[in-house]
Design a protein around this ligand. Structure first.
Ligand SMILES: CC(C)(COP(=O)(O)OP(=O)(O)OC[C@H]1O[C@@H](n2cnc3c(N)ncnc32)[C@H](O)[C@@H]1OP(=O)(O)O)[C@@H](O)C(=O)NCCC(=O)NCCS
Length: 176
Protein backbone atom coordinates (compact mmCIF):
# COMPACT_ATOMS: atom_id res chain seq x y z
CA UNK A 1 0.00 0.00 0.00
CA UNK A 2 1.19 3.50 -0.83
CA UNK A 3 -0.60 6.67 0.25
CA UNK A 4 0.32 10.27 -0.37
CA UNK A 5 -0.43 13.63 1.25
CA UNK A 6 0.77 17.13 0.47
CA UNK A 7 4.07 16.69 2.36
CA UNK A 8 4.33 12.96 2.95
CA UNK A 9 4.47 9.53 1.35
CA UNK A 10 3.19 6.59 3.39
CA UNK A 11 4.56 3.23 2.28
CA UNK A 12 5.90 -0.04 3.59
CA UNK A 13 9.26 -0.05 5.34
CA UNK A 14 12.22 -1.35 3.34
CA UNK A 15 15.69 -2.46 4.51
CA UNK A 16 17.47 0.79 3.42
CA UNK A 17 15.27 2.69 5.95
CA UNK A 18 17.27 1.15 8.81
CA UNK A 19 19.52 4.15 9.62
CA UNK A 20 16.65 6.64 9.63
CA UNK A 21 14.47 4.24 11.63
CA UNK A 22 17.19 3.70 14.25
CA UNK A 23 17.82 7.46 14.44
CA UNK A 24 14.36 8.20 15.81
CA UNK A 25 13.82 4.92 17.67
CA UNK A 26 16.87 5.51 19.88
CA UNK A 27 15.66 8.99 20.87
CA UNK A 28 14.69 9.09 24.59
CA UNK A 29 11.49 11.11 24.01
CA UNK A 30 9.98 9.16 21.12
CA UNK A 31 9.37 5.52 22.12
CA UNK A 32 8.50 6.05 25.79
CA UNK A 33 5.53 8.26 24.87
CA UNK A 34 4.20 5.33 22.87
CA UNK A 35 5.07 2.80 25.60
CA UNK A 36 8.29 1.30 24.25
CA UNK A 37 11.91 1.45 25.32
CA UNK A 38 14.28 3.52 23.16
CA UNK A 39 16.28 1.18 20.93
CA UNK A 40 19.75 0.51 22.29
CA UNK A 41 21.43 -0.66 19.08
CA UNK A 42 20.94 -0.70 15.34
CA UNK A 43 20.56 -4.49 15.59
CA UNK A 44 17.54 -3.99 17.82
CA UNK A 45 16.05 -1.60 15.26
CA UNK A 46 16.70 -4.13 12.49
CA UNK A 47 14.68 -6.75 14.40
CA UNK A 48 11.65 -4.42 14.57
CA UNK A 49 12.16 -3.23 10.98
CA UNK A 50 12.07 -6.82 9.74
CA UNK A 51 8.91 -7.52 11.75
CA UNK A 52 7.21 -4.51 10.19
CA UNK A 53 8.41 -5.48 6.69
CA UNK A 54 6.86 -8.93 7.14
CA UNK A 55 3.57 -7.66 8.52
CA UNK A 56 0.90 -5.46 7.03
CA UNK A 57 0.10 -3.18 9.94
CA UNK A 58 2.67 -0.40 9.85
CA UNK A 59 3.52 2.19 7.21
CA UNK A 60 6.67 4.29 7.09
CA UNK A 61 6.14 8.05 6.96
CA UNK A 62 8.48 9.55 4.36
CA UNK A 63 9.23 13.27 4.18
CA UNK A 64 8.86 14.27 0.52
CA UNK A 65 11.58 16.94 0.73
CA UNK A 66 14.39 14.72 2.06
CA UNK A 67 12.90 11.40 0.90
CA UNK A 68 13.76 10.03 4.35
CA UNK A 69 11.70 8.03 6.82
CA UNK A 70 10.67 10.29 9.70
CA UNK A 71 8.16 8.10 11.54
CA UNK A 72 5.51 5.45 11.29
CA UNK A 73 1.77 5.00 11.51
CA UNK A 74 0.14 1.64 12.20
CA UNK A 75 -3.34 0.17 12.15
CA UNK A 76 -3.43 -2.57 14.75
CA UNK A 77 -5.85 -5.02 16.28
CA UNK A 78 -7.90 -3.32 19.01
CA UNK A 79 -7.60 -5.77 21.88
CA UNK A 80 -10.38 -4.00 23.82
CA UNK A 81 -12.97 -5.00 21.20
CA UNK A 82 -13.98 -8.34 19.69
CA UNK A 83 -15.99 -6.80 16.86
CA UNK A 84 -15.20 -6.83 13.15
CA UNK A 85 -14.23 -3.78 11.09
CA UNK A 86 -12.28 -2.15 13.91
CA UNK A 87 -8.65 -1.07 14.08
CA UNK A 88 -6.59 0.93 16.53
CA UNK A 89 -4.23 3.55 15.15
CA UNK A 90 -0.79 4.24 16.62
CA UNK A 91 2.00 6.57 15.52
CA UNK A 92 5.44 8.01 16.22
CA UNK A 93 7.43 10.81 14.62
CA UNK A 94 11.11 11.80 14.79
CA UNK A 95 11.53 14.60 17.32
CA UNK A 96 12.92 17.17 14.87
CA UNK A 97 9.66 17.01 12.91
CA UNK A 98 7.26 17.57 15.82
CA UNK A 99 4.90 20.54 15.85
CA UNK A 100 4.45 21.02 12.10
CA UNK A 101 1.12 19.25 11.74
CA UNK A 102 2.75 16.28 10.01
CA UNK A 103 1.25 13.50 12.15
CA UNK A 104 -2.24 14.93 11.86
CA UNK A 105 -1.73 14.98 8.07
CA UNK A 106 -0.47 11.37 7.99
CA UNK A 107 -3.14 9.87 10.25
CA UNK A 108 -5.94 11.71 8.42
CA UNK A 109 -4.92 10.01 5.17
CA UNK A 110 -4.62 6.58 6.82
CA UNK A 111 -8.11 7.05 8.29
CA UNK A 112 -9.53 8.10 4.92
CA UNK A 113 -8.11 4.94 3.36
CA UNK A 114 -9.37 2.77 6.23
CA UNK A 115 -12.94 4.07 5.99
CA UNK A 116 -13.22 4.53 2.21
CA UNK A 117 -11.19 1.63 0.86
CA UNK A 118 -11.10 -0.94 3.67
CA UNK A 119 -14.66 -0.04 4.81
CA UNK A 120 -13.85 -0.11 8.51
CA UNK A 121 -16.66 0.66 10.95
CA UNK A 122 -14.61 2.22 13.74
CA UNK A 123 -11.10 3.45 14.42
CA UNK A 124 -9.86 3.73 17.99
CA UNK A 125 -6.83 5.47 19.47
CA UNK A 126 -5.32 5.85 22.92
CA UNK A 127 -2.71 8.04 24.58
CA UNK A 128 -1.05 8.03 27.98
CA UNK A 129 -2.53 10.61 30.34
CA UNK A 130 0.53 12.88 30.21
CA UNK A 131 0.89 12.93 26.39
CA UNK A 132 -0.58 16.35 25.57
CA UNK A 133 0.82 16.40 22.01
CA UNK A 134 -0.83 13.14 21.06
CA UNK A 135 -4.06 14.27 22.73
CA UNK A 136 -4.02 17.36 20.52
CA UNK A 137 -3.45 15.27 17.36
CA UNK A 138 -6.40 13.08 18.34
CA UNK A 139 -8.63 16.10 18.96
CA UNK A 140 -7.64 17.68 15.62
CA UNK A 141 -8.62 14.44 13.86
CA UNK A 142 -12.14 14.63 15.33
CA UNK A 143 -12.04 11.55 17.57
CA UNK A 144 -14.71 11.26 20.28
CA UNK A 145 -13.65 10.77 23.87
CA UNK A 146 -14.50 7.41 25.49
CA UNK A 147 -12.89 8.01 28.88
CA UNK A 148 -9.83 6.88 30.78
CA UNK A 149 -8.84 3.37 31.77
CA UNK A 150 -6.95 3.93 34.97
CA UNK A 151 -3.95 1.83 35.98
CA UNK A 152 -4.15 0.25 32.53
CA UNK A 153 -0.71 -0.50 31.19
CA UNK A 154 2.60 -1.49 32.75
CA UNK A 155 5.31 -0.33 30.38
CA UNK A 156 8.97 -1.17 29.81
CA UNK A 157 10.27 0.85 32.78
CA UNK A 158 7.71 -0.76 35.14
CA UNK A 159 5.71 2.46 35.45
CA UNK A 160 1.95 2.09 35.21
CA UNK A 161 0.05 4.38 32.88
CA UNK A 162 -3.58 5.48 32.59
CA UNK A 163 -4.90 5.16 29.02
CA UNK A 164 -7.11 7.90 27.59
CA UNK A 165 -9.35 6.30 24.96
CA UNK A 166 -11.09 7.68 21.87
CA UNK A 167 -12.81 6.37 18.77
CA UNK A 168 -14.47 7.55 15.58
CA UNK A 169 -17.20 5.67 13.73
CA UNK A 170 -17.63 5.66 9.97
CA UNK A 171 -20.74 7.84 10.29
CA UNK A 172 -18.93 10.38 12.49
CA UNK A 173 -16.07 10.48 10.02
CA UNK A 174 -18.46 11.09 7.11
CA UNK A 175 -19.94 14.03 9.02
CA UNK A 176 -16.59 15.72 9.75
C1 LIG B 1 2.54 12.81 19.31
C2 LIG B 1 3.27 13.15 18.01
C3 LIG B 1 3.06 12.05 17.02
C4 LIG B 1 2.71 14.46 17.47
O1 LIG B 1 3.16 14.66 16.14
P1 LIG B 1 3.18 16.13 15.48
O2 LIG B 1 3.43 16.01 14.03
O3 LIG B 1 4.09 17.00 16.28
O4 LIG B 1 1.68 16.57 15.72
P2 LIG B 1 0.97 17.85 15.11
O5 LIG B 1 2.01 18.88 14.79
O6 LIG B 1 0.02 17.40 14.05
O7 LIG B 1 0.11 18.33 16.36
C5 LIG B 1 0.69 18.52 17.63
C6 LIG B 1 -0.20 19.46 18.41
O8 LIG B 1 0.16 19.41 19.79
C7 LIG B 1 0.31 20.73 20.25
N1 LIG B 1 1.24 20.68 21.36
C8 LIG B 1 2.58 20.59 21.33
N2 LIG B 1 3.07 20.54 22.58
C9 LIG B 1 2.00 20.58 23.40
C10 LIG B 1 1.84 20.60 24.81
N3 LIG B 1 2.89 20.49 25.62
N4 LIG B 1 0.59 20.66 25.32
C11 LIG B 1 -0.49 20.72 24.51
N5 LIG B 1 -0.39 20.72 23.15
C12 LIG B 1 0.84 20.66 22.62
C13 LIG B 1 0.82 21.49 19.06
O9 LIG B 1 0.63 22.88 19.22
C14 LIG B 1 -0.07 20.90 17.96
O10 LIG B 1 -1.39 21.43 18.00
P3 LIG B 1 -1.84 22.67 17.04
O11 LIG B 1 -1.71 22.21 15.62
O12 LIG B 1 -3.23 22.93 17.47
O13 LIG B 1 -0.89 23.80 17.35
C15 LIG B 1 4.80 13.32 18.25
O14 LIG B 1 4.98 14.29 19.25
C16 LIG B 1 5.47 12.04 18.67
O15 LIG B 1 5.87 11.23 17.84
N6 LIG B 1 5.64 11.83 19.99
C17 LIG B 1 6.31 10.64 20.52
C18 LIG B 1 5.52 9.36 20.26
C19 LIG B 1 4.07 9.47 20.64
O16 LIG B 1 3.71 10.15 21.59
N7 LIG B 1 3.21 8.76 19.91
C20 LIG B 1 1.81 8.74 20.18
C21 LIG B 1 1.46 7.70 21.19
S1 LIG B 1 -0.27 7.75 21.62
Amino acid sequence: MRLETERLILRKFVRPDLDAFYAYCQHPEVGPNAGWKPHESIEESLKYLEMMMEGNEVLAIVDKISNKVIGSVGMHEDTMRNTKGVKMVGYVLAKEFWGKGLMTEAVKEVMRHAFEVEHLELISVQHFANNAKSKRVIEKLGFKSEGTIRYARKIFDDSIEDLVCYSLTRREWEQL
